[in-house]
Design a binder for this molecule. Structure first.
Ligand SMILES: [Zn+2]
Ligand SMILES: [Zn+2]
Length: 301
């Protein structure tokens, strides 16, 4: 195992930059927020750790690309940021999305993300994908089928006996497909993929600074290894794109973990048969919960 240890100087420059405008912008941030983000370059930080490389097949060794520091993010002209007219991230279950996406995205949508438990390319001859997003259209579709614990085991009986699509617009053939059990591991993996991909829609490139949600990943094992949180450099990018108080954000994440059941009050259509009241399995979020509490302590010190 190799540890990618950037120097204090490199991380500080990636986060704060040497650009006087961005430096003074950083100085104007709330003192607690700066204290938390400065953890990026504290060698003894127990909140933000260096990236570890476990094998040659890991993303960072097999996909060399330029790292993106905050200044490069900030000055990227292709970067999309929400505006008051388009500021909502819609999620739509797949049963509806194929028809739905043909129509216009809601006017206030920053992006719309389709999610499904169905494997997106279920035939042997096809390569599968975890998800696909069009950054220019602000549209994405993700499958969580391969995140279930049984997918790669012999218990997986993925394909229906016979795929019988009656017409090109009929997607009911998916009805018999494998549906993984909704476990807390699956929920955590799904949250990671969704937030990682939505991060790309906001213009965040793959992170090469610290262990971070925005690290690229080549395989499930590597994806499991990357944390659910953003490192300070990516956190500053996201904050710049959306604008939020970090402490309020972390408290909202805590509320989401601690909230007993699924929140069905969102954009889901009323009276939909898809709306099931499942209990949210959050055991796999325990460590992350502790991590958030530590961050809030730093923010409110
Ligand atoms: Zn990515
Ligand atoms: Zn990062």
């Amino acid at each position: 195992m190799q540890v990618l240890q950037h120097s204090e100087h490199t991380l500080k420059k990636a986060l704060i930059s040497k650009n006087p405008v961005l430096m003074s912008q950083y100085e104007k941030l709330d003192a607690g927020e700066r204290r938390l983000m400065n953890e990026a370059f504290q060698p003894s930080s127990d909140l933000f750790e260096p990236i570890t490389v476990h094998s040659k097949s890991d993303w960072i060794t097999s996909h060399p690309e330029d790292p993106q520091d905050f200044e490069q993010f900030f000055t990227d002209h292709n970067r999309k940021a929400p505006c008051p007219e388009k500021h909502i991230i819609y999620m739509q279950s797949i049963g509806h999305i194929l028809a739905f996406l043909k129509k216009k995205k809601p006017k206030d949508a920053f992006c719309i993300v389709g999610i499904t438990m169905i494997d997106l390319y279920p035939r042997d001859s096809w390569n599968f994908v975890f998800g696909q997003a069009s950054l220019t259209d602000g549209v994405g579709i993700f499958s969580f089928a391969r995140y279930g614990k049984d997918f790669y085991s012999s218990r997986y009986e993925g394909k229906v006996k016979k795929a019988q699509r009656t017409s090109s617009s009929d997607y009911s053939i998916f009805d018999n497909y494998y549906n993984p059990e909704v476990t807390s591991i699956l929920l955590r993996r799904s949250c990671k993929t969704l937030t990682h991909e939505i991060g790309h829609i906001f213009g965040l490139r793959h992170c090469q600074w610290l262990a971070c949600l925005m690290q690229g990943s080549n395989h499930l094992e590597e994806s499991d290894r990357r944390p659910l949180h953003l490192c300070p450099i990516c956190l500053r990018k996201l904050q710049c794109a959306i604008g939020f108080s970090i402490v309020e954000r972390y408290k909202a994440l805590l509320r989401w973990i601690d909230d007993e059941s699924n929140d069905t009050s969102g954009a889901a259509p009323k009276n939909s048969s898809d709306q099931v009241n499942l209990k949210k399995p959050v055991e796999a979020f325990k460590d992350w919960r502790e991590w958030i509490i530590k961050c809030i302590a730093v923010l409110e010190k």
